[in-house]
Design a protein around this ligand. Structure first.
Ligand code: NAD
Length: 478
């Protein structure tokens, strides 16, 4: 199907006629072959978003909110179908896919409600003959660039607040996992958004971002993805004084405090690690465990990780699916070899599973590694893989110091029942999101984003809207 670009309210084929195949990471089979655009399509999308902006931004927030709410409802009504497509293109088990579709709908619902409360201010005047007020002004057409791992949620986190604020949008997802988004845009079309308000551009990332950067009609780039690409975009936006927000990678610590039962802590750790096979930006990826309970924790974590059923995400009994790309399997094996070569121990997994069922997919066994040290690759690169690395500690201050010893600052997790330790850790950890006895803290109604190199700006909560507004101050002489 070549008509995979949704521009100005119409499904169109890319101008140069290119296509891209979306592959099922569990089977290696082509799920669909779709049109893949480039520079000329990006120019068309920017023009459409620009032309639609005046009318869309002039609508009342109640009109915009009504459409967002209709879309949220349509997504929920079609959640099962969307989830099946999502599992086929990303590989995550069906239950996780349903969770993502629900979380995507939550974004549209939350901003439909929140935008009605995004008022300006009336500011008390010092001079008797003046009055001062502020109003909110949408920044203009926005490009929303998102990665492959949560295609619906991450795009919704951008376009829901942007549309609510009165901006028009161009979603540019990763082409390798854009099918669910294509289906979501069919629902957006059915919801009745005016042409040009929300566009979908499947196409070459470099060519599209060049157009976004160069065209002055495009006012903002909202990016989620890797630190390397984010940094590049940040520099290029700075050169052009283009607004940008960045949601980048993470390397999240998970600190088990000394009061925890080791078995319970291991259960939580395994749950935190293997969701989407560790391919989550806020995935826990460094596990600090008191030396006094380390052996018990290791045994339980290895037992639980070994018991996770690996398979095609569409199968009901699958607990963990494949990795997204063959390259991720290679990277995971590289981390394993490095751990072994530097004195670490692999307690379970450490290789691809064997058997016909796994022959054509990007499978890797959930892996637990211990005696991990600071010099290992897994401690220095964002892992994005199914390895649970354990580091022993004796002193809580040391654990907190090691937890902060990374350029990233997206999320951090603490397992404890002691209030004083929980508070101390939450105050000292350098991360934008802290989960105390909570490994899935993300929610539309809460701020999401990173400190340090993990990003610039926040999505979610009312801060998610702020990024799509200019504050306009009006002074009136009377
Ligand atoms: P990536 O940076 O390679 O790609 C992200 C998006 O940018 C994709 O749509 C890609 O096509 C596009 N892109 C690639 N090169 C580009 C360029 N030169 N100009 C413009 N766009 C370009 O990231 P990835 O490997 O696909 O995704 C994984 C990364 O995303 C991890 O680092 C992960 O932590 C991060 N991530 C962050 C969050 C968050 O909210 N902080 C959420 C999910 C993923």
């Amino acid at each position: 199907m070549k008509e995979s670009l949704y521009i100005n309210g119409k499904w169109v084929a890319p101008q140069h006629g290119g296509t891209v195949k979306v592959t099922n990471p569990a089977t290696g089979e082509t799920v669909r072959e779709i049109g893949y655009g480039g520079r000329a399509d990006a120019v068309k999308a920017v023009a459409a978003a620009h032309d639609a902006f005046a009318d869309w931004s002039a609508k009342t927030v109640y009109e915009r909110a009504g459409l967002l709410l209709r879309l949220a409802n349509l997504i929920r009504e079609n959640a099962d179908d969307l989830a099946r497509v999502l599992t086929q293109e990303v590989g995550k088990p069906l239950g996780e896919s349903r969770g993502e579709i629900g979380a995507g709908a939550d974004q549209f619902e939350w901003y439909a409600e929140e935008v009605k409360r995004s008022a300006g201010d009336v500011i008390p005047n010092r001079m008797g003959d003046k009055r001062h007020l502020t109003i909110r002004h949408p920044v203009g057409p926005v490009a929303a660039i998102a990665p492959w791992n949560f295609p619906i949620l991450l795009t919704a986190r951008k376009i829901a607040p942007a549309l609510a604020a009165g901006c028009t949008t161009i979603a540019r997802p990763a082409s390798q996992s854009c099918l669910t988004l294509l289906d979501m845009f069919r629902l957006l079309d059915a919801a009745g958004f005016p042409p040009g308000t929300a566009n979908l551009l499947i196409g070459n990332p470099g060519e599209c971002s060049e157009v976004f950067l160069e065209d002055p009609r495009l006012k903002k780039i909202s990016f989620t993805g890797s630190l390397d690409v984010g940094r590049e975009l940040y520099v290029e936006c700075a050169k052009r004084m283009k607004k940008v927000s960045l949601e980048l990678g993470g390397h999240s610590p998970f600190i088990v405090m000394p009061d925890m039962d080791p078995d319970e802590a291991a259960e939580r750790a395994v749950f935190a690690k293997f969701r989407n096979m560790g391919q989550v930006c806020i995935s826990a990826s460094r596990f600090f465990v008191p030396n006094a309970m380390k052996a018990e924790f290791e045994n339980k974590a290895a037992e639980l990780a070994s018991a996770l059923a690996i398979g095609n995400g569409l199968d009901a009994d699958t607990a963990v699916g494949p990795l997204f790309l063959p390259k991720r399997v290679e990277d995971t094996a590289r981390f394993v070899e490095d751990i072994k070569s530097k004195g670490g121990r692999i307690l379970c997994g450490g290789r691809a599973p064997e058997g016909e069922k796994y022959a054509n997919g990007n499978f890797f066994m959930p892996t637990v590694a211990t005696d991990v040290t600071r010099d290992m690759l897994i401690m220095n690169e964002e892992p994005f893989c199914p390895i649970l690395p354990i580091i022993g500690y004796d002193d809580i201050d040391d654990a907190l110091r090691m937890a902060n010893d990374t350029p990233y600052g997206l999320a951090a997790y603490v397992a404890t029942r002691r209030l004083d330790w929980a508070v101390k850790a939450a105050e000292r950890l350098e991360a934008g999101i802290i989960g105390i006895n909570d490994c899935t803290p993300a929610a539309a109604q809460c701020p999401f984003g990173g400190m340090k190199s993990s990003g610039v700006g926040r999505e979610g909560w009312r801060q998610g809207l702020e990024g799509y507004y200019e504050t306009k101050y009006i002074s009136i002489g009377i």
